[in-house]
Every structure is written in structure tokens, then in C-alpha cells.
Design a protein around this ligand. Structure first.
Ligand SMILES: Nc1ncnc2c1ncn2[C@@H]1O[C@H](COP(=O)(O)OP(=O)(O)OP(=O)(O)O)[C@@H](O)[C@H]1O
Ligand SMILES: [Mg+2]
Length: 349
């Protein structure tokens, strides 16, 4: 009969190289059982593809099979729960954003609804109201902030930190500034997550009232990484009026409700078109989608932005509407949205 106590004792010699503690004491070895002369146990790793997996298994086998009476050991590999992993391996605070007071991510389940346009113009509207504002382009697959702000891809570094670019009073960083602007960014999950962490950790954002984050469409890796890294980040949700857009936006709302991120408001973009030949607005994409979504999800509708030629031209020319025509009717809408965001998310906390 093999005693579990003896197995526990010999396992004290199998240490985690970084934590310098035995795997058994920190709960990474569990469920020890014996059947005849075979010992079975579970090795719980942070990631089951961990490079330490083989090292640990070899050491466990060596230690356990040295016990008299043991002929073999079966190691079943499992993963630590997120809570266990965070407790054992607490993340270092992200240096670049240490002095940022508020985070505001611009999201929508849907592509092409105007997230980047709204991120850029709302960020500029916050600058107009006297706040210090940064703009982080987290659309690592297709960064369009550099085009919308006509930024070249030169980068400056200070020590081991990247200096964000300054334009129109904004501090800006985009991976589109690190490579040729026409490069296609096709990255996989873990790499995307690493890149986003670098944009928060290694970019010297300095003191900011707001860091506005332009998210890619959908609920994929970049959005999840931002949500995990910034548990207090508020969300500004963008939709267009038509039913097909609403379905995707609902999915995105549901993701952020699950992760517990506050949704500060909803913006309906491309709401209507004001034709030069008529005073009647034309509802190209239908009417009332934003209002409907606002009612059903209990998220305030902060504004409805028309389809405006100047907005599109601003996006293509690199001079956004909030720079070229801040006093226009559409400019006033962006200012109102920014004012409501600031009221709901005071930066001085
Ligand atoms: N209110 C508007 N009036 C006119 N054009 C607009 C408006 N909003 C956005 N656009 C234009 O629509 C296009 C798509 O906008 P934008 O890139 O901001 O969308 P997006 O949601 O960020 O897209 P993606 O999902 O690809 O990131 C751009 O050419 C932009 O200039
Ligand atoms: Mg975009």
C-alpha cells in the first residue's frame, strides 16, 4: 500500500522555477490517487502548451517512481482556472497607462459603421472641451487611424518606451504607424494579445484625462484583450439604424454586459442624409434603430450623426470634421456626444 503522504513529501522537490515554491504547495499538483503500484495525479498548468510541461512531468515521474513500491505514475494535465492563474501569477501593472484617468473604447459588433470616425471626432471634441486625450488604435487587423489623421509611419522611442505622436492636440498610437500603411495585418490570437498589451504598457501615454480606444469590428481577440486588461474601461457603442446592424451590436452589448464593462452610451451613425436640394432628411438606412436599441437595452442614446459628405472627406483627407468644421451642425453633434460622455465619466476621480 503506497501512502499518499509519502508521495506528497517527495513531490516537495518539484519546484516552480520562477515562483521557487513546490508545485504541490501552490496547488499545481492535485488529485493524487493510487491504485496498486500506480500513482495518478493532475498537473494544473497556466497554459497546457506551457514550455515547462515536459520538465514538470519528467521531474514528477522521477520523484514519484523513486518511492519504493511505485511502478508507474500517470500525469493528467489540466489548466488552472483564470482566478487561480491570476492569483499565482499576478500581472505587472501596465506602465504606459499608469496615469490615464479614464478609458473609453468605441465598439460595435459590426464593421464599417463608423467606429473609427467617431473615435477620432469624439476624441477631438473632448480636446476642444479642454481635456487631455489620447487615441489608441486597437484595430490591429486594419488600423485606419493613421489614414484618418494623415500620420506617416515614423516612430520615436525614449528609452524603452514608445512616444505617442501628437496631432490636433491628441496623443496617438497605432500599429499602422509601425509598418507600411498598405500592409495587411494578419495575426493570430496570442500575438494580437501581446501587441495590444504593448500598446498599453510600452507607449508612454503620460497623464491623460481620457484614452479613447478604437476597437476593430466584432468580439474577437483585440476586444477581449482590451476588456481583460482594462476592467474599468467604459464603452461607447456605435450602431447604424438598420435591423441587420442591430443584431451585431446586440451581441457586442451582451459581451460587455458579461464582462461587467459599463456602456456609457449609444451613438447612431449614418442616421439620415440631408440633401442639398431639400430640407427633409432622407432615412437611407431606415429610422429609429438607435432609439429602439436604447430602449430595449436601457443604454442612453447620446446622439445621431447624419451621413455627411464632410465627415467622409475628413476621413479620407486626414483632416477630420472636428478640425475642419467644428462649428458645423455635425460638429455640434460630436461636441454634444463628448459633453455627455464627460458628464457620465468624469475624468477627475
Ligand atoms: N456620418 C458619416 N458620414 C459620411 N461618411 C461616414 C460617416 N461615418 C463614417 N463614414 C465613412 O464610412 C467609412 C467607414 O467608417 P469607419 O472607418 O469610421 O468605420 P469603422 O466602423 O471604423 O470600420 P471598421 O469596422 O472597418 O473598422 C469611412 O469612409 C468613413 O469616412
Ligand atoms: Mg475602424
Amino acid at each position: 500500500m503506497i501512502e499518499e503522504n509519502i508521495i506528497r513529501q517527495v513531490l516537495q522537490t518539484v519546484l516552480h522555477p520562477k515562483l521557487k515554491k513546490s508545485l504541490i504547495d501552490i496547488g499545481m499538483i492535485r488529485n493524487i490517487s493510487t491504485q496498486g503500484d500506480v500513482v495518478t495525479l493532475t498537473l494544473a498548468l497556466k497554459n497546457d502548451r506551457s514550455p515547462l510541461r515536459k520538465v514538470f512531468i519528467d521531474e514528477i515521474e522521477k520523484a514519484v517512481t523513486a518511492v519504493p513500491g511505485v511502478s508507474a505514475v500517470t500525469v493528467q494535465v489540466a489548466t488552472l482556472s483564470q482566478e487561480e492563474a491570476e492569483k499565482l501569477f499576478p500581472k505587472a501593472p501596465l506602465r504606459g497607462i499608469a496615469k490615464v484617468k479614464q478609458f473609453l473604447a468605441i465598439a460595435s459588433g459590426k464593421g464599417g459603421v463608423g467606429k473609427t470616425t467617431i473615435a477620432v471626432n469624439v476624441a477631438l471634441a473632448l480636446v476642444k472641451q479642454g481635456y487631455s486625450v489620447g487615441l489608441l488604435d486597437a484595430d490591429v487587423y486594419g488600423p485606419s487611424v493613421p489614414v484618418m489623421l494623415a500620420l506617416s509611419n515614423a516612430m520615436e522611442q525614449q528609452g524603452n518606451m514608445i512616444v505617442p505622436r501628437e496631432k490636433y492636440g491628441l496623443r496617438i498610437m497605432s500599429l499602422g504607424m509601425t509598418a507600411g500603411q498598405n500592409d495587411a495585418f494578419i495575426w493570430r490570437g496570442p500575438l494580437v494579445s501581446k501587441m495590444i498589451h504593448q500598446l498599453l504598457d510600452q507607449v508612454n501615454w503620460g497623464e491623460l484625462d481620457y484614452l479613447v480606444i478604437d476597437l476593430p469590428p466584432g468580439t474577437g481577440d483585440p476586444s477581449i484583450t482590451i476588456a481583460q486588461a482594462l476592467p474599468h474601461c467604459a464603452i461607447l457603442m456605435v450602431t447604424t439604424p438598420q435591423e441587420v446592424a442591430l443584431a451585431d451590436v446586440r451581441r457586442s452589448i451582451s459581451l460587455f454586459n458579461k464582462t461587467g464593462h459599463p456602456i456609457v452610451g449609444l451613438v447612431e451613425n449614418m442616421s439620415y442624409f440631408l440633401c442639398a436640394h431639400s430640407t427633409q432628411p432622407i432615412d437611407i438606412f431606415g429610422r429609429g434603430g438607435g432609439e429602439k436599441l436604447s430602449k430595449e437595452s436601457d443604454i442612453p442614446l447620446l446622439g445621431a450623426i447624419p451621413l455627411d459628405l464632410e465627415v467622409r472627406q475628413g476621413g479620407d483627407s486626414g483632416v477630420p470634421l472636428m478640425v475642419s468644421a467644428p462649428d458645423s451642425a455635425t460638429g455640434a453633434i460630436f461636441l454634444t456626444i463628448a459633453r455627455q460622455v464627460a458628464d457620465r465619466l468624469p475624468s477627475c476621480q
